[in-house]
Design a protein around this ligand. Structure first.
Ligand code: SF4
Ligand code: SF4
Length: 291
């Protein structure tokens, strides 16, 4: 990593508190091999950015201040342009100077791209993940077990999986002892559907996660970050994130213009980053875990 650029990023982000889109989320395709119950972005347009388009977005993001990129989808492992695959995009981003190159995947493909950190979505043990994502959790767990890169699991809590948090954490500790789980919460992007947790349910879930963390189970969220997900007391939406897909360029995420959604945002990583900016030790540890 370029140490000077990294120090400059730390100063810009936490000391000078510049309002730049430091994090670029690049949805390189909407094509996906799954049809998760909560998802309405997959396979809508069947778009695949070209290598040149990805490069142009990376360059433009860099000029605007992005220093970390998240490749997402759809399923980014399905991306290709001729013989170019996700691996080449990770190398490209690094060559352009990005300090952190992350991938968000559903984990059903071998996790081969040399990203700095790979986030794998699994929403519970086998039956539960199958009910929500149409695939057994074992598929992603096996790919994680075979992977030598740095990874973490994203578990998005909703009304279906809210009671399997502790068993899932125990499963991860046994199968993948080096990995931690970041808990997100179902965000009502498309309205208050049956997966949405009421404030009381979210509070109960957060108590469960905090108590699992205290018991030494592998929770990546900080206690402060979890509390912020309950109170909503952290700055959001934020201009520090930008999401780009083939349809446009969005501040924070693609839901920015939907009334009322941000109040129930479940994107916990955002809370961790915003609290890390205030130099809170727990969120700093949580964010640092992915560097
Ligand atoms: S894996 Fe991701 S993109 Fe694919 S259907 Fe599920 S949530 Fe949507
Ligand atoms: S729902 Fe709102 S606050 Fe949450 S990530 Fe999207 S735009 Fe940001």
């Amino acid at each position: 990593m370029n140490t000077i650029e990294f120090l400059r990023l730390c100063v810009d982000f936490a000391i000078l508190r510049r309002e730049k889109p430091f994090v670029l989320g690049l949805a390189i395709t909407d094509i996906c091999n799954l049809a998760c119950r909560h998802c309405k972005v997959a396979n809508q347009q069947h778009v695949m950015m070209s290598y040149g388009e990805v490069r142009a977005h990376l360059e433009s993001g860099w000029r605007r201040g992005a220093r970390v990129v998240y490749f997402e989808g759809g399923e980014p492992y399905l991306w290709h342009d001729g013989r170019q695959r996700l691996d080449e995009l990770v190398v490209l981003a690094r060559d352009l100077g990005y300090l952190g190159v992350h991938v968000y995947t559903n984990g059903t493909h071998p996790i081969s791209a040399p990203a700095d950190f790979t986030w794998v979505s699994i929403d519970g043990p086998d039956d539960t993940n199958f009910a929500l994502r149409g695939v057994a959790a074992e598929v992603a767990l096996a790919n994680l077990a075979a992977c030598r890169n740095r990874c973490g699991i994203v578990f998005t809590v909703n009304t279906v999986n809210q009671r399997v948090i502790e068993p899932f954490l125990r499963l991860v500790r046994t199968r993948l002892p080096k990995l931690r789980v970041m808990f997100f919460f179902h965000t009502p992007y498309y309205g208050m559907d049956e997966l949405f947790l009421s404030p009381e349910q979210r509070a109960e879930v957060i108590r469960t996660i905090v108590s699992c963390k205290k018991a030494g189970l592998p929770v990546m969220n900080s206690k402060a970050g979890l509390e912020a997900m309950l109170t909503g007391r952290y700055p959001h939406p934020t201009g520090l994130y930008r999401v780009v897909d083939s349809s446009g360029d969005y501040r924070c995420c693609r839901a920015i213009d939907q009334p009322g959604v941000c109040r129930h945002c479940g994107y916990s990583s955002c809370a961790e980053i915003m609290l890390a900016r205030d130099l809170r030790p727990g969120p700093i540890r949580s964010v640092w875990h992915t560097w």
